[in-house]
Design a binder for this molecule. Structure first.
Ligand code: HH2
Length: 307
């Protein structure tokens, strides 16, 4: 089955994007990335940095996921463990499963055409999530932390998002490992390349892989900005790029908005800029604003420059 979003018409030949749209292979289905892919965040956590506790019950989380899909999200990313910058409390696999599995099962039933990903670093949680109907494993450790996760994804034909980070769950969103030499982009590209090698070694097909620079993970704001600006270099790795800038610290710093949940406008700006530099998937807390903004930006960017 080929899933192709219905509107608006995909711009024909985009600067630097001529040729067929990339296809993301997720559990036997081809998701054509022929317009910006909006991945709505469904955090089933009491402690996430911007929406912790808001959707902590399964019923609230399902309602929220359905709303995000109605607002135009192509996919939903369900997570039961926070990586918040203040130092997250790791959650054991049993508790994480208890949080995400009923939500994924209910969303699968309500939204058969929506791509569902599970945001986890643990194979045990991912296995239960895939059983419940998830299509994609979003591993913020890029297959570093649980050696069984890559093999599981390969065996189940799951799509994978391999995000760059350093350290463990409790410190990956801090500055504990944010030491880079002269060229942060080169280092992140090399470490993402190692994630790709781990995926290939386990038998994950290249068409299943999406890469993510890991905005705010083991990165100061200057690093996040440098990476967003250099997305064309990361695209040379040969995989579609996802960015997760939503409500993050650098957005707050640049826009002067301290409260994470109030950072929508800055977030939209960052995502539109990332689109222009080659990102195709956008992990966001606010679906409607991004559906509209990214579709409009996509249509404009798809036009040839006037002579
Ligand atoms: N960011 C967060 C969590 N998961 N996954 C990917 N692929 N990329 C990201 O940038 C990313 C991610 C952190 O954001 P959030 O889920 O809102 O917060 P928390 O980790 O506190 O739950």
């Amino acid at each position: 089955m080929t899933t192709s979003p219905s509107s608006p018409a995909a711009p024909a030949a985009l600067a630097g994007r001529a040729g067929p749209a990339p296809v993301w292979r997720v559990r036997g289905r081809d998701v054509r990335l022929d317009r910006p892919f909006v991945l709505g965040v469904v955090n089933v956590t009491p402690d996430s940095f911007s929406d912790g506790g808001r959707f902590a019950t399964a019923a609230d989380a399902v309602r929220h996921g359905v709303q995000l899909a109605e607002e135009g999200a192509d996919g939903l990313d369900v997570g039961g463990e926070s990586t918040r910058p203040q130092g997250a409390r790791p959650v054991d696999a049993a508790e994480e499963r208890r949080r995400v599995v009923p939500v994924i099962a209910a969303l699968r039933e309500r939204l058969p055409g929506t791509v569902i990903s599970v945001d986890t670093v643990k194979a045990e949680t991912a296995a239960a999530a895939l059983d419940a109907g998830a299509d994609v494993v979003n591993d913020v450790s890029g297959f570093r932390l649980d050696p069984a996760l890559a093999a599981l994804a390969a065996e189940r034909g799951a799509g994978v998002v391999l995000m760059h980070s350093r350290g463990g769950v409790s410190d990956m969103a801090t500055f504990a490992h944010a030491e880079y030499g002269a060229d942060v982009v080169e280092e992140v590209a090399a470490e993402l390349g190692e994630s790709v090698s781990r995926a290939r070694a386990a038998g994950v097909r290249d068409e299943a892989v999406v890469l993510d620079p890991g905005i705010g993970f083991a990165k100061r704001s200057e690093h996040s900005l440098a990476l967003l600006a250099a997305l064309p270099r990361l695209a040379r790795l040969g995989f579609p790029l996802l960015v997760g800038v939503s409500r993050k610290r650098f957005v707050g710093e640049l826009s002067g908005v301290a409260e994470p949940a109030a950072r929508l406008h800055g977030t939209v700006g960052a995502n539109v800029a990332a689109l222009a530099r080659g990102a195709r998937l956008f992990r966001v807390h606010d679906a409607r604003a991004h559906r509209e903004a990214l579709d409009v930006a996509w249509a404009v960017l798809g036009r040839p420059e006037a002579r």
